[in-house]
Write a protein that binds this ligand. Structure first.
Ligand code: ATP
Length: 305
């Protein structure tokens, strides 16, 4: 099972919301589609679910073009693009039953889907009583009712409180365990690191990177450390002389940030030199969330949550 964008572009007038996107995601895993507001995430997902037509290029799912062979392409796909407005006086069983006829799901499928999204106990409660998180989970159940192998989710935790977010993330992790391919957009880095195996980063309609979270992290992880000292550092010049160090930023008398060239080996050599020089070090750690560094570097420093 796979999703593939081939030279996918979407133009609004002269503005490219998406420019020559080439991306193939394949297999049972969760791929995060990460980018700041306006990056082109929703545009991409809407093209994959036929809510938008591309200006050029192809969106392929399992070998079928979404634009040319829609039914075949979306046969095994569940989507959650915008939370639907459910009629408030209906109960989940009724809402999902309506789908049985349309999509050929059985009562057993409905109960399964409700269990997966942890709404089984609420199956006979009117949705007007539901929180935002529960409504979103019901929308997930709608996407899941035919037990598709591929799930396309657009910012599935947007607008939810922390508890609601955590519940959705746990459900996504369960779906991953079921062997599904999940392609989900998000502008929340901690969410992507928590839930996803791989990340595709996009900004201004252009793909910046597609790799495993692990690789992205290790690529960007080890070139900056924050060192804390037992005693104030009065003169940083001797530290600047240490091999591999590129720049030093003294945060306060007891704390400096070191940018260096290299990886773990060099990071270790720097620590050895500092100890040899007699500095009393109380803490020595790689700085920040590695993925965040990679992300900020790639999108040119825009701050995100
Ligand atoms: N119908 C439209 N007409 C003109 N421009 C549009 C239209 N729809 C989207 N855009 C523009 O295309 C760009 C990409 O939008 P898109 O919704 O795909 O971004 P996104 O990454 O999903 O952002 P967000 O996180 O805010 O949802 C944005 O600059 C947006 O303003």
């Amino acid at each position: 099972m796979y999703l593939e964008a081939i030279n996918l572009s979407k133009k609004y007038g002269n503005f490219y919301a998406l420019r020559n996107l080439n991306l193939r995601v394949e297999g049972g895993k969760c791929v995060g589609y990460l980018g700041p507001n306006g990056a082109g995430k929703t545009t991409t997902l809407k093209i994959f679910t036929n809510l938008l037509r591309p200006t050029s290029g192809d969106a392929i799912i399992n070998g079928y073009s979404v634009q040319k062979e829609l039914k075949k392409a979306l046969k095994d796909v569940g989507t959650l693009i915008e939370t639907p407005n459910f009629y408030p006086y209906l109960i989940p069983m009724e809402i999902l039953s309506m789908l049985c006829d349309i999509r050929g799901a059985t009562r057993k499928d409905i109960l399964e889907a409700l269990k997966k999204v942890r709404l089984y106990e609420w199956r006979n409660t009117k949705v007007k009583k539901f929180s935002k998180g529960m409504t979103q989970r019901l929308a997930m159940a709608v996407a899941l009712v035919t037990n598709p192998s591929i799930m396309i989710l657009d910012e599935p935790t947007t607008g939810m409180d922390p508890q609601g977010m955590a519940e959705i993330r746990e459900i996504i992790k369960d779906l991953k365990k079921d062997g599904k391919l999940i392609f989900m957009s998000s502008h929340l880095l901690p969410e992507i690191t928590d839930v996803c195996d791989e990340v595709a980063m996009i900004n201004k309609g252009t793909l910046l990177l597609y790799d495993t979270i692990e690789n992205v992290s290790s690529k960007f992880l080890s070139n900056s450390v924050v060192v804390e000292f037992l005693e104030p550092v009065k003169d940083i010049k001797p530290i600047q002389e240490i091999k591999y160090i590129k720049a030093i930023n003294q945060i306060n008398p007891y704390k400096i940030q070191i940018d260096f060239s290299g990886n773990a080996e060099e990071q270790y050599e720097i620590l050895k030199s500092l100890l040899k020089m007699g500095y009393k070090i109380t803490s020595y750690r790689s700085e920040g969330l590695a993925l965040e560094k990679a992300y900020l570097k790639l999108i040119g420093g825009d701050k995100i949550e």
